[in-house]
Design a protein around this ligand. Structure first.
Ligand code: ZN
Ligand code: ZN
Length: 403
């Protein structure tokens, strides 16, 4: 029997709770998702395990079939890979924020007024010298965000965050294990030196004049190292591609050896180029890719904002474009979320997420895509690490055990 291709559409933070009897997904008008539910099988998924609140990074690893408890090695690595940095074994990568400190060294704005562009500041930070032969790679990404990679002997990701997610004194980086001492030391030195090189930058002088918060220090968090995992291609024998707006998702995919397809206007927000992303996914399936991971972030953003109507509207919008993918008989289509981000919590929850698998030659009587209908679907409730085996089976790619 011929094998099929697989499209995995992840609507980040899709799951939610009921408000007046309906979740955002159930309130949205989505004839295309409903058609996929009706012509496929449905269920619920705990991406990590019941009672565990998933992070997006660990949840994605699990959905790709990698046990995050064994393969997760810190978020910074995914941010660096997603920003296009070549990460080497032994490197330690961090997520960074350009932030504002006042004259007494207290953080007064964690995002430097959500500064639009920090690329003019990039060379100043890159010029920072660290002792003991340690090298650094620094890259400004979107807005106040950036990535730092420390390179050298004896580094470790077992260090605490400098960014406390709050205002006030900068938190000192501390080793979480003895082997983290050298790295913690370098991080504290880097933070201090970042202020030295940034405080008199022309861009900051100009911001000062305009009364805007200066980008005069860099705060670090999420230390991570290159995860040592078997590639997706080797594990599943499929040529795979990732289409995403957010750097971290591209980074997770890159860590597994997937190709990254960049789409103009793809952002990790509700303003993303939905049509462009969906069309790029369809083109990738036409162009020899066996597995395409399409990531759309907007639902999570709306959930964090507590914006029920915004989340509902965003789901309507996604539904409008996915018909480009539904015409394919050669592709199993899976639609799900990496975790729920209930509007009432404005954060991730341990609740399971709805899941559908269409074009797999089976149906289960479910006619609508939503948390409630999926709860009575034929897939039952699965865990994230069950997803790839299920999809491999649906695509006629599973191996026989026995004879
Ligand atoms: Zn997520
Ligand atoms: Zn989130």
């Amino acid at each position: 029997m011929a094998t099929k291709k697989i499209l995995l559409l992840v609507l980040d933070g899709l799951g939610d709770r009921e408000y007046e009897g309906k979740t955002p997904l159930e309130s949205a008008v989505h004839p295309n998702f409903d058609e996929l539910s009706a012509t496929g099988v449905n269920g619920l998924m705990y991406t990590l395990a019941p009672g565990v609140v998933p992070g997006s990074d660990t949840a994605h690893l699990a959905m790709f079939g990698y046990d995050p408890y064994k393969s997760y090695s810190g978020r910074g690595a995914y941010e660096a890979l997603g920003a296009g940095i070549e990460l080497r074994k032994g490197d330690v990568a961090f997520r960074c924020n350009f932030a504002t400190i006042d004259s007494s060294g207290r953080v007064v704005d964690r995002r430097a007024g959500r500064i639009e562009d920090t690329h003019p500041l990039e060379p100043l930070v890159q010029s920072i010298k660290l002792p003991g032969g340690a090298k650094l790679v620094f890259k400004s990404t979107a807005k106040h965000r950036a990535v730092l990679v420390l390179r050298g002997a004896g580094l470790s990701r077992m260090v605490s965050d400098v960014d406390s997610h709050g205002l006030g004194n900068i938190q000192k980086c501390m080793p979480l294990e003895k082997k983290g001492a050298k790295t913690a030391n370098l991080v504290n030195m880097f933070v201090k030196k970042s202020h030295d090189v940034l405080k008199d930058a022309p861009l900051n002088a100009e911001r000062r004049k305009r009364g805007l918060p200066e980008a005069n220090v860099i705060l670090l968090r999420g230390a991570g190292t290159l995860p040592a995992v078997e590639s997706f291609q080797k594990r599943y024998g499929m040529k795979s591609a990732c289409i995403a707006g957010g750097a971290m998702y591209k980074g997770v995919a890159r860590a597994l050896g997937m190709d990254i397809i960049d789409v103009k206007g793809a952002t990790a927000g509700v303003d993303t180029n939905l049509e462009g992303k969906v069309k790029a996914a369809a083109a990738a399936l036409d162009n020899n890719y066996d597995f395409v991971f399409l990531h759309i972030k907007g639902c999570d953003v709306m959930g964090h904002d507590g914006n029920f109507d915004g989340k509902t509207k965003f789901i309507d919008n996604v539904d409008r474009y996915i018909d480009h993918l539904m015409v394919r008989n050669d592709t199993v289509i899976c639609v799900t979320g990496d975790h729920s981000t209930p509007c009432e919590l404005k954060d991730h929850a341990a609740d399971p997420v709805p899941l559908l698998i269409a074009n797999c030659g089976r149906t289960d009587g479910v006619r609508m895509f939503g948390e409630k209908p999926c709860a009575s679907g034929g897939l039952g409730t699965i865990r994230g690490t069950d997803l790839m085996p299920l999809l491999m089976g649906a695509a006629n790619r599973a191996r026989m055990f026995g004879t």
